[in-house]
Ligand binder design. Sequence first.
Ligand code: GLN
Length: 453
Amino acid sequence: ISVQDLVEASYNRIKEVDGQVNAFLTLNEEEAIAKAKELDEASEKSQRLFGMPSGIKDNIMTKGLRTTCASQFLDNFNEPLYNATVVEKLNKENTVTIGKLNMDEFAMGSSNENSSYTPTRNPWNTDYVPGGSSGGSAAAVAAGEVLFSLGSDTGGSIRQPAAFCGVVGLKPTYGLVSRFGLVAFASSLDQIGPITRNVEDNARVLEVIAGHDEMDSTSAAVDIPSYTESLTGDVNGLKIAVPKEYLAEGVAPEVKEAVQNALKVYESLGATWEEVSLPHSKYAVATYYLLSSSEASANLARFDGVRYGVRSENADNMIDMFKNSRSEGFGDEVKRRIMLGTFALSSGYYEAYYKKAQKVRTLIKNDFDKIFEDYDVVIGPTTPTPAFKVGENIDDPLTMYANDILTIPVNLAGVPGISLPCGFSEKGLPIGLQIIGKYFDESTVYRAAHAYE
Ligand code: GLN
């Protein structure tokens, strides 16, 4: 099969299904076909992801290709001037960018319903949400529109949609993958990661995008091992910790059962598991929304109608221009977070909220450190329930936030986590198994995931 055949197959599939799924915001068809033709003629075809059609979440900068963060504010941001480091790395391996993927506006959401364009639907059943915020990235892979995609995960945004769409999504250790060119939401939590159909593909993509980058001061100077070499199928002796909080009340019985069945598979492969506790995880959602909204309020200050995107026409002085550009450009959820974050950072409240939340974050990190003294991985569900219906939670932000209860602690601690399929609900929707590892130990996470898969 030629690269051109592969890339054309991708666009044909998009034409067939994307009218219902809405995974793509922008297509790159002309450029992609031209690149495919070039690659078919190339004499050197040894790159690791040569010719692979990929989709990129629309908060990752792609030079000359529209990047909107699914926000009306950036609706006219048609010509980004540079590529994110991850995109540069994919280009070096000669992957083909098929287009940019739908998401919750500025990555704030768990259902894609906060996209300011038509929200993405779950390809398994279009009455249901695909998850978020990387819902387009997960749906495009699940619907067979691309072979892999990149998402970003601040509080679960790769793992939760991967779980809802029945695909594999990894949030790397904080600092493993460069954030240069990722539009910042909460800089101390954001990580870019791969979404794929299976664990091996995921490991291959991570091998390419990981690594130190001098353009990101939080990027770690670590050697990148061959993750694919760790896919031995051998988990004999692996020590698994199962936090009791991850199978507690609020987790749907069918989700619990799927995870318990997965643990039986691990037992049959020679691994052992024990119940442990993450005692501070009950504070994780509150901590996360305080910290992430505080960081977001600062990061989103750059959207002022001067430097990027759409400027309000309804203003005759500078202050009104700032105000009206922001009022008209941002959606409700983004405004809610900016207001919460600005409040939490304001003098007089900083000690009571932001500083306290930072202390709780340390306690959550310590919970994980303690478990990892005795165990190799932590296993539980990715989400308390399978995908919910479009419209079901949209008017109830607190229920929506509670959906991230099992993914958020992982971002607060900074450790890596993967979601992979572990069965289906009664309604035929996928259920996700979450495997969490030690800092920079993606190899063990992948080995454990691959052995189960
Ligand atoms: N759903 C969470 C939120 O709304 C996580 C988002 C993310 O990881 N980008 O903040």
